[in-house]
Design a protein around this ligand. Structure first.
Ligand code: ZN
Ligand code: ZN
Length: 234
């Protein structure tokens, strides 16, 4: 867990306020060793080649280690992601729970909450769908980071305490088997130390990230440091 790195920062390529170069300048000013450039994509995103080139150019002008990342939402329990074609040169895909990835496809959290309340869906089945979608998204040739895992739970009236220990252990084991990574998100204040313990046990790398959308918040941690301290304390 490198506290001198911020592995998830958005730029004007998607919904960030500052240009990629400005984010890099901020990382330099803070003395960070690594910065994860991450922008949101969808299946129809056409700027990925330009983005890869922009990160490559930025690398030539800084000592900060730059990762070229894209963030895509989990679509369903097959582990499909909302990704465009042609993502050569991308270092990492951030798989994000922006919608609930049910078997039938991405579903708005409000709708899922209503269906749980109406007894059409059980909370346990929804959690199982999220765990399965996330686990299956990891099994691909690219490097995958599990982005702000659990951020969807409060939106459907659940918490990380509702995650079953065996399900989390299976997900962590799959992340280890596939060589993938998970982040602690300052912006979403998740996952908790309890959720991350199985990942630590399985030796899955844990990145610190702010999910910043403006340079002023890059590399500034409170939640992440608290969680990483808790994890180190055992
Ligand atoms: Zn996100
Ligand atoms: Zn993000």
């Amino acid at each position: 867990m490198n506290e001198r790195a911020d592995m998830h920062v958005h730029s004007t390529f998607s919904d960030g306020k500052d240009r990629l170069e400005d984010n890099v300048a901020e990382a330099e000013a803070l003395g960070l060793t690594a910065l994860g450039c991450v922008d949101h994509v969808r299946a129809n995103t056409a700027w990925v080649p330009d983005y890869v080139e922009a990160v490559r150019r930025a690398r030539g002008a800084t000592k900060v280690e730059l990762r070229c990342g894209i963030e895509a939402k989990l679509l369903d329990t097959s582990g499909a992601l909302d990704l465009p074609e042609g993502i050569d040169g991308v270092d990492a895909i951030y798989a994000a729970d922006h919608q609930v990835p049910l078997a039938e496809g991405p579903t708005h959290p409000r709708e899922v909450r209503e269906r749980i309340a109406a007894g059409e869906l059980s909370a346990a089945d929804v959690i199982e769908a999220i765990l399965q979608a996330t686990a299956r998204a990891l099994d691909r040739p690219q490097h995958v980071v599990i982005a702000h895992f659990g951020s969807i739970l409060p939106k459907i009236g659940l918490t990380e305490a509702d995650l079953p220990a065996d399900g989390l252990d299976r997900l962590a084991a799959e992340a280890a088997r596939t060589g993938q990574e998970i982040e602690i998100s300052e912006r979403w204040r998740c996952p908790s130390a309890a959720t991350l313990r199985p990942f630590l046990r399985h030796g899955v790398p844990i990145a610190l990230s702010t999910d910043s959308h403006r340079r002023e918040t890059i590399g500034r941690y409170t939640h992440c440091l608290a969680v990483s301290r808790e994890l180190r304390a055992g």
